[in-house]
Design a protein around this ligand. Structure first.
Ligand code: GDP
Length: 395
């Protein structure tokens, strides 16, 4: 009996040992088994000694392992350079983004002007609608006077007549025939230089990046200068924009002299035979003299190498009177040649186009209509006005 018991115990012990051995073998094989890096892991160049070859060969099971028996060697490929779309026709594509201005300004005015009786109360409402949409006091007065005269002449009005009347007035105020050419044509061996100025938070760096994309989409070679050296994040942001579309980005350490970055960017632009150098500057409104000294120096230093063709003021359309005050300070400090009006997609105050142009005597050349990389459009007054009025023919 005890013999039987001894045999049974021995068999059980041997069986357990065998199962345990197998289990350990599988575990060790499992640990050494090739694994792909998780999809979100950064690309790795694997070290030759990393794959556990001995373990993989153990037990004669290597044939079951797929040929690249080590972590797949992922070469750190630079991100593919995007080819952005050209800038033409973008305002048409993005006009639906002006919906808020359309509701507040366009529809409001169309409804008020279509009323049978236009008494003083209605004219007050029309005036208020224009002021609320940031059209500005002066242009509002001009528009109301003109509209009053024309409505009197017309007498009874069809909706089409009202629309045509308003369209004409708005186009006059927006300035259908202003020269909005962005000066980005190189001068022989010298690239055109665009200086981008404005208060932080207005969308300056984003606009610089979007503009680089648009110009590259139009077939131009672009170099970017990260002269906002007060925020390392601004240079990083610009570098990301540049890398996506293959634009060289010249930057220096945080706190470096912005003028020296601008100078180097222009020098690089000349060496690389770029068409355009866009310089993003810092937008600290600490003191007017400080700003004047800084931007003045950047401009002077650039002019040792090339001329500044365009000084673009970036203005946030949602900031109303505060934004206008900032615009005035910049206009006193530097000779602005064009306005990039950002965040027009998020405001009912599209009338700022009219007031800022009038205030600074400079045309809006670019419109920011969203946060997407291609949401910057050459400003087109007709498309703008039709979008505000709700262009029924084209949606
Ligand atoms: P900076 O400090 O002036 O350089 O401003 P940034 O370029 O960093 O932009 C500030 C914020 O505004 C970011 O979140 C941008 O995505 C956003 N922004 C810029 N332009 C536009 C625009 O046209 N529309 C909208 N909706 N957001 C914008």
């Amino acid at each position: 009996m005890s013999d039987y018991l001894a045999i049974i115990v021995a068999v059980v012990v041997i069986a357990l040992a065998a199962v345990g051995g197998l289990f350990l073998q599988f575990r060790s094989r499992g640990r050494g088994a090739p694994t792909l890096p998780p999809p979100e892991a950064p690309p790795v160049i694997t070290e030759p000694e990393a794959p556990p070859r001995e373990e993989a060969e153990e037990g004669g099971v290597t044939t079951t392992v797929p040929p690249p028996a080590r972590p797949v060697e992922v070469i750190a490929v630079p991100p593919a350079v995007e080819i952005p779309p050209p800038s033409a026709g973008r305002m048409v594509r993005l006009r639906a983004r002006l919906a808020r201005s359309q509701n507040a300004l366009g529809r409001g005015l169309l409804e008020l002007l279509s009323r049978d009786r236009l008494d003083d109360d209605v004219w007050d409402e029309i005036e208020e609608t224009l002021i609320t949409a940031d059209v500005g006091v002066g242009p509002t007065r001009v528009m109301v006077d003109e509209l009053r005269t024309k409505v009197k002449v017309l007498g009874s009005r069809t909706p089409e007549e009202v629309r045509a009347l308003l369209r004409e007035q708005l186009l006059t105020q927006v300035g259908a025939d202003m020269d909005r050419t962005l000066h980005v044509t190189s001068h022989g061996t010298r690239p055109a230089v665009v200086l981008v100025v404005g208060v932080n938070g207005t969308g300056k760096t984003t606009t610089t990046g979007k503009l680089a994309r648009a110009l590259i989409g139009d077939g131009r070679k672009v170099v970017l200068g990260a002269a906002d050296t007060f925020r390392a994040a601004a240079a990083d942001q610009l570098q990301t924009w540049g890398e996506r579309v293959g634009a060289e980005v010249v930057r220096k350490d945080e706190g470096a002299d912005p003028a020296s970055v601008a100078f180097d960017a222009v020098a690089r632009g000349i060496d690389d035979k770029a068409d355009v150098v866009i310089v993003d500057t810092a937008g600290r409104l600490h003191t007017k003299t400080g700003l004047m000294d800084e931007l003045g120096k950047v401009k002077r230093v650039i002019e040792k190498k090339a001329m500044v063709d365009e000084v673009l003021l970036v203005l946030d359309a949602t900031t109303g009177q505060n934004g206008m005050r900032q615009a005035r300070v910049f206009a006193e400090v530097v000779n602005i040649t064009g306005i990039a009006l950002t965040k027009l997609d998020g405001t009912a105050k599209g009338g700022i186009v009219i007031s800022v142009q009038r205030e600074l005597g400079v045309p809006v050349k670019l419109a920011g209509l969203g946060e997407g990389p291609d949401d910057l459009a050459p400003f087109d007054p007709e498309v703008f006005v039709d979008a505000i009025l709700g262009d029924h023919q084209n949606g």
